[in-house]
Design a protein around this ligand. Sequence first.
Ligand code: ZN
Length: 227
Amino acid sequence: MIIKNIIDVFFPQLCFGCESALLRNQKILCTNCLHQLPFTGQHLYRNNDALDKFYGRLSLQNCSCLLYFTKEGLVQRLFHHLKYKNQPQISYYLGQIYAFQLQNLSWLATVDSIIPVPLHKKKQKTRGYNQVDGFAQALSEAFKIPVDKQLLTQKVFTISQTQKKLFERTTPNPLRFSINSQPHHHGQHFLIVDDILTTGGTLESCGKKLLEIPNSTISILCLAQTQ
Ligand SMILES: [Zn+2]
């Protein structure tokens, strides 16, 4: 403990939003940045602008995102650290905040499993982790719903997002994901989770694949949505 206190004095943990030194009871964000997070409040309305993105494309039970993503903003800084600076704990931290907001939603009790959007193996190996896993884990712990990472896998290796225009995702390609379903998956309600909802192309591909399972239904939760 003493050693940790000494380390904290010389190398204090910094806020991922503003780089000010965090107090000992703070993690990831300082109180000031925490209060500046642009929450969408979408979970309070079944019909919202996140669900609208999938209108006519994918049949969803529910869809909402925790934050609005704006370029050059606090949320972009958080996601930059999450995806490119080896800080997977940001995903779990935001997941805990979201779980707190979602605690009174009755539809979550109907979810059978949480499906994090899979990364291609090669990409996950390069990054060292899937940036969605912490989010899935936080929801799983809060709502006692299992995470299933075996059901859906990504087949085709897509080039890095940084190599493309930053927020231009590939067009939906149902062949991009493969499914490994068993009879017990029939009729289940799957909650797909992802980090950022942009055009929705990736989520649409995942969702269509899961809807190939007889009588299945799907919902989506994301940590952020571009406006
Ligand atoms: Zn801060």
